[in-house]
Ligand binder design. Structure first.
Ligand SMILES: Cc1ncc(COP(=O)(O)O)c(C=O)c1O
Length: 382
């Protein structure tokens, strides 16, 4: 897939060299500004903390309290700020580092075969063996628990990664999936690592946290992030929550990685955690963009999924790599094209179905999104 990646990148460069304007729906990085109060908090925080030294490894008490209170308001669960929460520098590093704390060389780490690359990279760098479960369209892009159990039965599996709302398929997991997975993981003594970075990005159905489905969090850890909720990718802040022993050990391990999240950043995002209005605005903005693209896809007869996250997952009319290349120069006369991510590029393991799909991240402006929807309508009509 590295080759395919390079191939699409090269085609993007070439399109630009040939004078094409490329509307970029590739990487999922929000272009909207950070929550206003957080910006003000950062400005005043720099002054307040001008000589405060290293921040706390686990996050300041006020930040952990705010995270716990938010979890309570949002999911009706209350992780103990003293023992069940730790701050992280966004979830990417936290996800990548988790296996270093818990995986011994040769342990299996189970993850979706299409998904977020740090699940695999973390497992490999920690000496674990990545194993994959498929995400099938006929199963609503949820893992089949039989696939999971067949790996668990084989040999020691330390971690099971799940990611709902899901990047890239936009699927949201339901109650029975979480409950059944918890029972299965307890039976085999595996840790569930639930990447919940997208719980606040949804259309109609409000996503859940796996922590809601049991009081016994001994083998569960979840990852939350301010990145998508508050357009905060640029300031790197999030938190992990879960069982006391898990969090305790993870905290200990993390003292060797860095020295915590800057105090000014933690304080600034407390106001973001306490505000839901800006989060609703974020959802409204993506809903508008989503509507533009999904109605165009519908008109040209392309099947899509768009239940959550800021992605659209859609069926590729041809092999996803060649389709992505053709999209870059979609309108030859107007010299304008669209950058999408071919599903094949998102495969972590053996995922023969990945190449049948493509992903669009709704990060360009509303105007650019409307333009892209018109381009799709006019040029992809089959
Ligand atoms: C599935 C998933 N998890 C986690 C992240 C990491 O987000 P951050 O490190 O900004 O919190 C992303 C970012 O795109 C993602 O797609």
């Amino acid at each position: 897939m590295t080759y395919a990646f390079a191939e699409v990148d090269k085609a993007k460069e070439e399109a630009r060299i040939h004078g094409f304007r490329v509307l970029d729906f590739g990487v999922g990085d929000p272009t909207e500004p950070l929550y206003e109060n957080a910006i003000r908090g950062l400005q005043s925080g720099a002054e307040r903390h001008k000589s405060s030294g290293y921040p706390s490894y686990i996050g300041m008490k006020e930040f952990r309290n705010a995270a716990s209170e938010w979890m309570h308001r949002r999911f009706n669960v209350s992780p103990d700020p003293d023992s069940q929460i730790t701050s992280t520098a966004g979830s990417k590093e936290a996800v990548f580092h988790l296996p270093f704390a818990f995986v011994n060389p040769g342990d299996h780490v189970l993850m979706p075969s299409i998904g977020y690359p740090p699940y695999k990279a973390g497992a490999v760098f920690a000496g674990g063996i990545p194993r994959f479960y498929p995400l099938r369209e006929e199963n609503g892009f949820l893992p089949d628990l039989n696939d999971i159990e067949s790996v668990l039965r084989e040999r020691r599996t330390k971690l099971i990664w799940i990611n709902y709302p899901n990047n890239p398929t936009t699927a949201i997991a339901g109650d029975s999936f979480f409950s059944d997975l918890i029972s299965l993981s307890q039976k085999y003594g595996a840790i569930i690592a639930s990447d919940e970075a997208y719980t606040e990005m949804y259309t109609n159905k409000k996503p859940h946290s796996i922590l809601e489905y049991t009081d016994d969090w001994d083998n569960i850890i979840i990852f939350q992030s301010l990145s998508k909720r508050s357009n905060a990718t640029g300031i790197r802040v999030g938190f992990a929550a879960g069982g006391k022993e898990l969090i305790g050990y993870y905290r200990k391990f993390r003292t060797q990685i860095d020295s915590g999240v800057a105090n000014a950043i933690q304080e600034a995002v407390i106001s973001a955690l306490n505000d839901e209005e800006h989060v609703q605005k974020m959802r409204d903005a993506y809903n508008k963009k989503r509507k533009f693209i999904t109605s165009a896809l519908e008109e040209v007869g392309i099947k899509y999924w768009a239940d959550s996250t800021f992605y659209i997952w859609a069926e590729s009319p041809s092999s996803s790599i060649s389709f992505a290349k053709s999209m870059l120069t979609l309108d030859d006369s107007a010299k304008i094209g669209i950058n999408i991510t071919p599903g094949g590029m998102l495969a972590l393991g053996n995922a023969p179905n990945a190449d049948n799909y493509f992903r669009m991240a709704l990060v360009p402006s509303l105007e650019e999104t409307e333009l892209a929807s018109n381009l799709i309508r006019e040029n992809l009509n089959q």
